[in-house]
Design a protein around this ligand. Structure first.
Ligand code: FA5
Length: 352
């Protein structure tokens, strides 16, 4: 628009009207970028007001005064409207951002699935319950063991060929005061808790008689497959009393089988070999299809083991058993592959 084109129509009223239109446009802008467009339209270099200002010199003095005053009013009201609108839009934007970023810490209540114990943990706890119901108490021992507790005290001197029954993980003990290299192992079974419990009972004067179960985590250099894990769980049972016989062992295994699996399940003992029991037996439970599933090892506590536990074999006798908790849960819940326990797949875990 040239100065000459504007000049003849320029009136204070036209400026006021333009200002009113601009204030409305600015107040109605829905976002900061639209506000900036409106500001440029009504206040920018190409705006009607800018053109009027440039054309002022063509006006007669009285008109110039009126129009000049109108221009000042217009600029003031437009700038004021823009400042107000900008503050509103920024406040809205901030509110929206906070709402989007807000963490509702109560939103899971009642909607999210509540977690539960792992199937192996459930099995472990149920086993403790069953044995406690049979009059046993629960004992435990460390996962890092000495060679003596894990092997020697269990009638497995160094270089005993039966040590190869357990693929052992040794810990690097170099730098530990008073511990020789090869002394520390990750326990390969829960049987060392037999020794610890006998020694403790004698030291603390509460036994024998001893009736304990010792559930816990054990480690072997086994490659994971459907029936083996390198880290798994066992439960040990130890009974020391007077005149304990193989019949007590067999009766206990049978009572446990019925209490844990149900009245229609049964158990059997098969001759076997463990250095810490004599005689030794493997025990199986009957499967619903009539086949037998191997559960663990057992036998009469060897006299050397009683001696290592500080007991006189002439006075005391006992039986022990140990079986795999993971394998037991596998049988009970018809799990195909032990590795499922470690997969962390919620679809698997949620079934139990
Ligand atoms: C023992 O560990 C003996 N301490 C058991 C024992 C205790 C015998 C007391 C006599 C008296 P064995 O190595 O067979 O025995 O293991 C016992 C059970 O642990 C097995 O029957 C099996 O159920 C479970 N088991 C063994 N290796 C694994 C493995 N890699 N993964 C999962 N379960 C295993």
């Amino acid at each position: 628009m040239s100065d000459e084109a504007v000049a003849p129509e320029v009136t204070a009223g036209a400026v006021d009207a333009q200002a009113a239109e601009g204030v409305a446009a600015i107040a109605g802008a829905r976002a900061v970028d639209l506000l900036e467009d409106a500001e440029s339209t009504y206040l920018g270099k190409q705006s009607f007001l800018a053109n009027v200002k440039a054309a002022m010199k063509h006006l007669d003095p009285e008109r110039r005064r009126e129009v000049g005053a109108a221009l000042n009013r217009a600029r003031g009201s437009l700038e004021q409207a823009a400042a107000t609108r900008r503050a509103e839009l920024l406040a809205d934007e901030r509110r929206e951002r906070l709402a989007a970023e807000r963490l509702d810490l109560t939103e899971g209540l009642g909607r999210a699935r509540v977690g539960h114990a792992h199937v192996v943990t459930q099995t472990w706890e149920r086993l403790e319950d069953v044995f406690c119901g049979m009059g046993y108490t629960v004992a435990d021992g460390p996962e890092v063991e000495t060679d003596w507790f894990n092997f020697e005290a269990l009638n497995l001197p160094r270089a005993h060929p039966a040590r190869s029954m357990w693929d052992t993980l040794y810990l690097d003990a170099s730098g530990l005061d008073g511990v020789e290299d090869g002394e520390l192992v990750l326990r390969t079974h829960t049987s060392p808790v037999q020794i610890r419990t006998m020694l403790r009972a004698v030291r603390e004067g509460w036994g024998p008689p001893i009736y304990v179960v010792c559930p816990g985590r054990v480690y072997r250099r086994d490659t994971a497959d459907a029936t083996h894990l390198p880290v798994f769980h066992q439960i040990e049972g130890l009974v020391i009393d007077r005149n304990i016989s193989m019949a007590d062992l067999s009766g206990t295994i049978e009572a446990f089988t019925k209490a844990y699996f149900g009245e229609d399940m049964t158990s059997r003992l098969r001759p076997s070999y463990f250095p810490f029991t004599e005689p030794s037996a493997e025990f199986d439970v009957s499967a619903p299809d009539g086949s037998w599933l191997e559960l663990g090892g057992s036998g009469m506590v060897h006299p050397n083991v009683l001696r290592a536990g500080g007991l006189d074999p002439e006075e005391w006798s006992g039986f022990a058993f140990g079986f795999g908790i993971d394998r037991l849960a596998k049988i009970r819940h018809a799990v195909d592959d032990l590795r499922e326990y470690m997969s962390n797949d919620i679809r698997f875990l949620a079934q139990f």
